[in-house]
Ligand binder design. Sequence first.
Ligand code: MG
Length: 371
Amino acid sequence: MTISKMDVFVLPLKVRAVRAHGIGEVAGSIDTVLLRLEAEDGHTGWGEAAPWAVFTGTAEAAFAALDTYLRSLVIGADPTGIAGIMQQADQALTGHPEAKAALETALLDLVGRQRNVPVWALLGGKCRDRIPLSVSVADPDWDRDRVFVTRMVEDEGIGILKLKTGFADHAFDVMRADDIRTRWPEIDLRIDYNQGLVPRDALRSLRDFDSMGLGFIEQPVPARQWECMAELKSALDTPLLADESVFSAEDMLRAAQAQIADAVSVKIMKCGGPRAGLVIARMAEAAGWGAYGGDMFETGIAHLAGAHMIAAAPQINMGCEYYHARHHLEIDTLSKPFPDTAGTVYVPDGPGLGIGVNEELVRSQCRLHCT
Ligand SMILES: [Mg+2]
């Protein structure tokens, strides 16, 4: 049963609050790119590319990558040939990991629905069916964010918080971390600079957090400042986590050799799909690193792809941050809510990604569509 139809959409997503990060702010709305594949037998598969211009790329580039450069690999192809199609995609187009993540997710979803098996089964079977959920705290207005954090911890049962730091001044970062620590001492608190510190000041700032018992400090300095990352790792007691420094398996190899961190954030939008994510997780384990399920500004489609990947990856054992769909975006693309309750993501067992897409919403709210 070959693939007969391919649709690509750009969908603007309204965000609920301002999100500040060391490398940039997200306010108002952000675009996501959705891919719909249809086979001759009528089965469909969906995938998502969630770019961020300052981190991975742009929605327009992901849209063009799928519509112009990858379409010819897909139409008429047997969707079960996932490894072959993804190899051709890498040969046809350099970079564009978000577009490749969308393609691989849509192929896995389609084949899973055709064969009546979940995506995790196509990725080697599952080792877990629930994942601890981390929620990020990133509003520059701390009074407003404190209300959000209280709701997340006390009403939603969230047990892991990731405080975004490095976008204002150091005293503001320490005050917020202290406030959370004092109010909820049992919370697994982590901080993420998104490259926000300059190397010459980084150690002095980070030492102030070293006695707070943080889970990890994520990407304190710019992505390519590997020597500085390695120095910080050896100088600090708190584990260091690499995000922007490690996109691909090649990055992971060199990062492990240079000992720049203790753990890595595995994101399908950085590495190009769940299969590449499994490779990076296995490499991290071989290097003695931990692995965490990171994300971008994703809807439920990409969250589900990540959840199936983590279900099949024993090495990704530091939780995930698939909270945008339910806790940060005004709308989601799924036909049912993304499955997280009481601080836990439940991996679906249904065919494909396990939850369908609200196609009417996608078609009525998209700002670009190619078929
Ligand atoms: Mg990060």
